[in-house]
Write a protein that binds this ligand. Sequence first.
Ligand code: NDP
Length: 231
Amino acid sequence: MLSVLVTGANRGLGLEFTRQYLDAGWRVIATCRAPHEAPELRELAKRYEHLAIHAIDVRNFVAIDQLASALADQPLDVLINNAGVYGDKPGNGFGSIDYGLWQDVLKTNTLAPVKLSESFLAHLRRGSRKLIVGITSLMGSMGDNTSGNAICYRSSKAALNAAFKSLSLDLKPLGIGVLILNPGWVLTDMGGPEATTTVEQSITGMRRIIDQYTPALSGRFMNFDGRELPW
Ligand code: NDP
């Protein structure tokens, strides 16, 4: 049975990744900060015996290592680094930047995906798909930035892109692929009610890319619909 680990699985895109992979018959390791406050995940756990839920705040690197040790005997096919924060305005805009907030956004959106990739590398090496996915944002693109603002968020996703580009080259000799995926502008708490893409469309598109992965896609910045994006 194929397996996937999803961070931030309690709502939004992470919850839909979890739903769709369970429906597809995968074993899902769903991680979130507070499983006891995740009713949708707990409902899914009643229906699918191949769903395991673990409490992980991705900023807690000790907890990440503990989970990796606890799951040491299990191969992992795909690691999906989905958990992310935007950083509340006004602390995200020039002139009133909250530097503590910026550090927190960087730790969650940039450092944590790299840490998870390091901690679960051994599991991925034993999996058959051997894929690390970073859920980034078009807001991390410098080529696409024509409106400014959102300094904390944009820089955290641009740094994630840079880090995962390196990871794709570093892990090539091990046969591990790295996908850098923009989910689109999606109707979630983060995307807001004006967003143009449903969670189903976004996750269906990203799952298609994951399913059809070939090494030529590793280290490329791609939209959920398969289009390549400007760095
Ligand atoms: P939501 O705000 O709906 O969900 C964010 C998820 O991340 C929640 O599950 C949240 O958990 C989790 N999370 C945040 N911080 C942590 C943490 N420290 N540890 C563990 N989990 C955490 O956002 P989306 O579902 O829309 O976003 C998912 C990803 O997609 C993010 O990386 C985001 O940047 C990216 N993205 C989204 C876009 C959109 O339009 N929606 C556009 C581009 C990128 P909790 O409930 O505990 O807060």
